[in-house]
Design a protein around this ligand. Sequence first.
Ligand SMILES: [Zn+2]
Length: 95
Amino acid sequence: MNEEHYKIGNINLINVRNVNEVKVIKMMKQVLPDYPKFDNCTLCFQDIYALSVSKVTPRYVQAGTIMLKKSDDETKIEQIVRSAFEMVIKQPNHP
Ligand SMILES: [Zn+2]
């Protein structure tokens, strides 16, 4: 990732982050034990992450203000992450 692409003059926008990315990762760790058939490989983890963050509505905030409190969208994130696990286990992107 080229940080220069995130600059307007001296203003750097790189620290404006999607809080739901971290929530997806947290949820992946939480539900992982429910999928003993998952192969735990890097590619599959990345696929599940990419599928999930593409479906969860993004919420961008300044990095310093990120809070991981429980919110209404937690259930929705869990559903999205679980369906990504099931999809990737069924059809992994590798032999
Ligand atoms: Zn795999």
